[in-house]
Design a protein around this ligand. Sequence first.
Ligand code: SF4
Length: 449
Amino acid sequence: MRSASTTSGPRPSGIVLRPEIPLCQTDLPLDWYQEEFKPYAEEYLALPDRKPGTVLPWLDRYAIPAVDHFGPSLLLLAHFYMGGEIVKLVERYGGRIADSYQLALSAARNPDAKHIVESAVHFMAESIALLAREDQSVWITNPKAGCTMEMLAKDWMVAPVAEDLVARYGDELCVIAYMNTGGRVKAIAGRTGGAVCTSSNAHKVVAWALSRGKKVLFVPDHHLGRNTGHKLGLDPARVVQLPDPKQLAAGATIRDTAGGFAALDRAQMILWGSFCGVHTVFRPEHVAYWKRHGWQVLVHPESPLETVVAADGSGSTDYLWRAVMDAKPGDKLAIGTEGHFVRNARQQAAARGVSIAHLTEIPEPGYPAAGCGCATMARNDPPHLAGMLDLLRLGRPPTANRVLAGDVVDESTGRRERLGEAERGELAAQARLSLERMIAIVEGDSQTT
Ligand code: SF4
């Protein structure tokens, strides 16, 4: 078997496939699959168990011919939040596991990769597509894999609010779009002189905007926005949250912000009110429990500010993964992030004598329970990976799985609304501008415009 492209990009995750680790997440019902994927799902669902010794030979039947056929022109990608099964499988076939920043750069950093297959959520695949060249195509293994945070910040919700703010503040207003947004929202950031950011660089990107005298509309995660303001030492009274996105969609306006125009006028950061259901549940009392028992606590900055402040450290997915992989025998880490990630981390760390707990898995009553994984990301499963690779090799990949800049996907049906070529080109240019500004800020180019 030749390897798919591994030329450039994130470091290997360090994940080791061991026979006793079950491979697969909860099975999806057959009627959740697109017609083209049902034959693969039927075979998969009929397998006797989900252990590597069973699943891998089945997946090899589809993945190896595809990897042999395409060679280095095939690049397989997955996010760290995918169930252990997919991250292990993707690396087995020469692919890479990455956080959203590294994923976004994958096409640009691997010009030889002509077919990029991503197992993660849609905005991540679209970010790759935004930076891809004409001769690179991007595919998502399941188009129904959306991000709930992004779903509450669609362009038709954000655009009127951004317009109202620009009408009031003119050029002073710029949009900083977290990577967890669609291309159309990234384009709004580009048009307003703003940039994209990720959880690892939000403080740098917001600091860049503030240093240019800008007032920032931070979209979509209010927790990351507030944590970023705190990290930069901003006065909390000058970090102001807009009304709930559902209220805005139902007709509320910026005038309905708590504190009204006076609060907005003095704000340095104006926060969109979306959040991640997986991270918003982490509480300071969870942190206190683990610290009391001698554990180190690390959380993702999509968690509430008071939880981040209580923890020993916070950072992006890549930061959390490296902390696990660099931990020494005897170390004990409680981690507040997505459940599949923590499960993967626990399996890998156990072999090295490192203990990993999920922040909310507290063996005592009285603590808010949680700890779920990202259910939408988990919609990418082994039958989707097998089917996507096989259909690509056979030359009949489903159109719904092709990802282009500006696509808006209905996450319940997988159907996508696609822009015409001219419109897409214009939108992609604006969105690329916002991504390129982020890259220039992160790579230290002070001439960024
Ligand atoms: S974990 Fe939360 S923010 Fe991340 S993709 Fe899933 S829903 Fe979106």
